[in-house]
Design a protein around this ligand. Structure first.
Ligand code: GH3
Ligand code: MG
Ligand code: MG
Ligand code: MG
Length: 313
């Protein structure tokens, strides 16, 4: 027989979840016309646990940006085709990279020239030659702040999941990917049943714990490549790449059944269980993000109408 999960265990591990998203290696792009120099920096940073991408030809920069999605760019100042500050301006024109940290790394010691470079969109100026420890420290401290800020912007404070805006952005990105790779994609919208009763009967702090429990439960049970977001109050969105309607339904149904067995505790009012309803829509049956969200939402309302605690595709 299945032993019921205790929601308290789940909640205690929510911090681990957020911590673990912060443990992904930093992604650093190194732009330098000297491959030897770039490889030296790359080795140093990879030795410190980061992932790097080397760009020696500035005309490759935009391609590599979209392929590698760097979180910070180490930029050489002097290259044959163009200068580092010119390249920084190009990067800054890209919506997605408007705020990416750009650190110049150059033998330039002239203070005025360094300042001029910073004024065109760089964030810092390191001089070559640089000690490995110095490079690692400079990149790490900037990345810690960048990650923290980024998480504040894209994540929901209560559950640590992607927030509404980021969830929609992820759907756009992943739908585009599905089109390109000609693979299916499913989008599921989950809504906790009679959640208002949980708040009314046990209080909002207990309601909050249920939301955290469901967030952690979904994160833990789904694949790393699946995306979970908090769409709104007690509504969650799940993006399942490379998963057709039938498989998505199987996955979500299993989650629905298992979640309904979890026992949630309230100190004064005893324990209770919670269920959710779910609507699923898939690509290529529906081929626009707005359509996927709309159809999943309609199916979700159908599931509610049919009596809740079920999945409708
Ligand atoms: P249904 O089965 O039809 O979905 O009923 P429901 O009660 O779940 O739906 P309804 O939309 O009436 O209520 C949603 C409730 O979710 C009301 C709102 O106070 C609560 N809620 C939204 N966000 C939060 C939150 O962050 N914390 C807590 N504790 N409650 C929240
Ligand atoms: Mg150079
Ligand atoms: Mg709702
Ligand atoms: Mg609800």
């Amino acid at each position: 027989l299945l032993k019921p999960f205790e929601s308290a265990h789940i909640v205690n591990r929510i911090d681990e979840l957020t911590a673990c998203t912060q443990e992904d290696p930093y992604r650093i792009m190194i732009v330098d016309d000297s491959r030897t120099m770039a490889q030296l920096f790359s080795l140093t940073l990879e030795h410190a646990g980061m992932r790097t991408c080397i760009v020696t030809d500035p005309t490759e920069l935009l391609n590599e940006l979209t392929r590698f999605h760097p979180e910070l760019i180490l930029m050489d100042m002097y290259m044959p085709q163009c200068s580092g500050d010119e390249l920084a301006k190009v990067v800054r024109q890209h919506d997605v990279y408007f705020s990416i940290p750009i650190v110049f790394l150059s033998a330039e010691t002239d203070f005025d020239k360094q300042l001029a470079a910073l004024s065109t969109g760089g964030d810092d100026f390191l001089t070559k030659p640089i000690q490995p420890d110095h490079l690692v420290l400079a990149v790490t401290s900037r990345m810690q702040r960048t990650r923290l800020l980024h998480n504040l912007i894209v994540r929901d404070g209560l559950t640590g999941l992607f927030n509404h805006t980021e969830t929609k952005r992820q759907l756009d990105i992943q739908l585009e990917q599905a089109r390109r790779t000609k693979t299916p994609l499913s989008y599921a919208m989950l809504d906790i049943d009679h959640f208002k009763h949980v708040n009314d009967n046990y209080g909002h702090p207990v309601g909050d714990r249920v939301l955290k429990a469901l967030a952690h439960f979904l994160r833990q049970r789904l694949r790393k490549s699946d995306t979970v977001g908090r769409y709104g109050g007690e509504e969650f969105a799940v993006i399942l790449p490379d998963t057709d309607q039938e498989n998505a339904q199987r996955v979500i149904e299993e989650l629905r059944q298992k979640f309904s067995l979890i026992i949630h505790h309230s100190t004064e009012e005893g324990s209770f269980r919670c269920t959710f309803s779910c609507g699923i829509a898939s690509y290529p049956q529906f081929d626009h993000a707005i359509k996927l969200v709309d159809m999943a939402d309609k199916s979700l309302y159908q599931a509610k109408d049919n009596g809740r605690n079920q999945t409708v595709v």
